[in-house]
Write a protein that binds this ligand. Structure first.
Ligand SMILES: *Cc1c(COP(=O)(O)O)cnc(C)c1O
Length: 354
């Protein structure tokens, strides 16, 4: 079977060596030695100076909205994984969708201002497939209207924009370290924030609000990651250069073998260094997509319809029409992409899609 992605498994003895440290410490959670070490190594790998790692990539979005959303309207993209929208609704805020750019597939910054009302508190945009939003435009709109910016950067591990980690942008950025993501801890995630006062609130929010065992700064939840997950992260991280290089080779092979007269690739933002996290193609029509999917499935090949359906059409959101997002969502297919996907498989997949 060829799935859309395969989780990278580090050599078992490397994971085992990390587990031995846990057994020796007899310490499983509450920011143990391995969690602290993983944060330190991630800072160095990503060239950033703040990170808080968490138990998944959804709860950091919820914490960001809890601290900045203020129960208001959140301007957001309809083209993302459902977690982006669900977090807004879960935090008792209201998603207000703005359609996407037809080539970048990120939120269309030229349509944001028309969606702002006196109740708007934040812009929550996704750098979908690791492709940066129009960061400058979003930041200047936010500044002009006194809004906060949160980036769902779940797909962005290793992406840089204008020479800096993408996680450096926005009031808060978040990432996912889920098993299907490019860097993973099984389940896990991270939250990034440059402002020290806000970072303090994020920190206590992720640990029940604690200030010592009997004292509390404020309201909190449990977003802590365990030593067991950090062990996986420490075993995977040294392999990131080979993971990204291996994916790059698959992407370049698809680029050579597919025919882009009819199908389209997404456009990667200028000044971005991308991480080869997904291989999305826009087919000519939903019918063409379903035909290709069926033909691939018959050969035990399982691409995924990331991201379908458009999030403005799911049951708990208001049904604002988002023509571009709905159209792209109906035609987009992510082809299998992982390190060591064989050349034969890439040739087979490409010829069927062609
Ligand atoms: C994976 C993903 C999330 C959620 O991350 P988890 O770690 O699975 O909670 C959020 N947003 C986007 C865009 C994602 O792809």
């Amino acid at each position: 079977m060829i799935p859309v992605t395969k989780t990278f498994f580090p050599p078992l003895q490397e994971y085992h060596a990390q587990l031995e440290r846990i057994w020796k410490n007899e310490w499983l959670t509450n920011r143990g030695e391995l969690v602290l070490e993983l944060e330190k190594k991630l800072k160095s790998y990503l060239s950033i100076n703040n990170i808080l790692i968490t138990n998944n990539g959804t709860i950091p979005i919820q914490i960001a909205l809890k601290l900045l959303g203020n129960g208001g309207e959140i301007i957001t993209t309809p083209f993302s994984y459902v977690a982006t929208t669900a977090a807004i609704v879960w935090e008792n805020c209201t998603p207000v969708f703005v359609d996407i750019h037809p080539e970048y597939l990120t939120i269309d910054e030229t349509k944001i201002e028309a969606a702002i009302t006196p109740r708007t508190t934040c812009i929550l945009a996704t750098h979908v497939f690791g492709n940066p939003c129009n960061i400058e435009a979003i930041e200047s709109i936010a500044l002009k209207h006194n809004l906060k910016v949160i980036y769902d950067a779940a797909h962005c591990f290793g992406v840089t924009y204008k020479g800096k980690s993408i996680f450096e942008y926005g009031d808060i950025s978040t990432c996912s370290f889920h098993a299907t993501k490019i860097f993973h801890t099984g389940e896990g995630g991270a939250i990034f924030c440059k402002d020290e006062a806000l970072r303090h609130k994020i920190y206590y929010s992720h640990n029940f609000g604690h200030n010592g065992p009997l004292d509390f700064y404020g309201l909190g939840i449990n977003a802590k990651i365990s030593e067991l997950q950090a062990a996986m992260g420490l075993a995977v991280l040294p392999h990131m250069p080979e993971i990204i290089e291996g994916r790059k080779q698959v992407v370049e092979a698809y680029d050579r073998l597919l025919n882009f007269d009819k199908i389209k690739k997404i456009k990667i933002r200028e000044s971005a260094e991308w991480n080869y996290s997904y291989y999305p193609v826009l087919m000519q029509s939903e019918e063409a997509l379903l035909d290709a999917q069926k033909a691939l499935n018959e050969l035990d090949i399982f691409p995924r319809r990331y991201f379908y359906p458009s999030l403005n059409t799911i049951p708990y959101t208001s049904k604002q029409a988002m023509p571009i997002s709905e159209n792209c969502a109906s035609r987009i297919l992510c082809l299998p992409l992982y390190i060591n996907l064989s050349t034969d498989s890439i040739i087979k997949i490409s010829s069927i899609v062609r």
